[in-house]
Write a protein of this length. Sequence first.
Length: 370
Amino acid sequence: MSIENDNQVPYRLSRVGVLMDANPEDPYEAAGVLNPGTARAPDGTLRLFPRMVQKGNISRIGKGRILTYHGVPVGVDREGIVLAPERGWEHGTGHGGVEDPRITWIPQLGKYVMAYVGFGPLGPRAAVAVSDDTLAWRRLGPIMFSFNDELDTDLNLFPNKDVAFFPEIVPDANGRPSFAVLHRPMWDLDFARVGEAPPLPRGMTDPRPGIWISYIDAQRVLDDIRNITFVDGHRPIASPLSGWESLKIGCGPAPLAVPEGWLVIYHGVSGTINGNGFSPEQQQSLIYSAGAMILDTHDPSRVLARTSKPLLAPELSGERAGTVANIVFPSAIEQIGEQHYVFYGMADTRIGIARLDRTDDTHRVSEGSS
């Protein structure tokens, strides 16, 4: 059972500034740069992987070197594009491409693992690419969810977003050493069956999208990394609770190891959804904010603590006005020196930075980042 007590999530976010703004002269990003992944290359270079949006809502994943001043991120030196919509599952009608990368360095694999959204003919679908050096990325394909008889559902039927891998092997619900991934299925079949009520998994009565976890047997992935796309053991771990997240929630950056367990920065959405909420026009009545939860180290499907109020809500003009108004969307965490920073999308137009600190002096945020 979730514990709603802000004192048990002893972390806060403090704004630092805007890291990157869209270049209106570049057609690939004229409609916005947002929701980035990050990774530190083997040579120590810290890179940003922004979602770049061209007019018509077609997305690519770019690459740039993060510039710092006295250890604080201050800008980005653009280095081109690493993924463009080239595969069938990445080509949508009127909205498509590759979106919202979350990048995790997994030492046991010696790989950077990028979970991203391929927005294709039937909407958003989770997919995976891997890299040895943060420069070249190899697609492994869409994530395939095994049939779960207990839930009586096939998750492959549904749109899925907000996908992030844990940075190390964890135990699944049965104690099996596993790689694990957080994701957010959405019970929406409007793309194929307009207006039909979605068939919910067995035992679920709340159709609002929440955060799920799935697992992959660790040895299968160590034997062949392509197996990281075949996941099972699906279960919901968190649903909308508070007013600021009344419509839906989704995972932000990859989980970060902290003394209390796994820290998950996530986004919550309130307001009014128009249609399926996938286009900018349908999102203008929504408010995206950032919160946090702690997952159990020994059973990451178990929520130990959760903020009842947002850590960051759209308040600045750059968060309240843009391609889509009122958005704070955390998607990456990186350590620079002794300090951790959270990178977040601002109004689907630009990328901001917030400092992650503890609210007490008992522990530091643990070393390492995803």
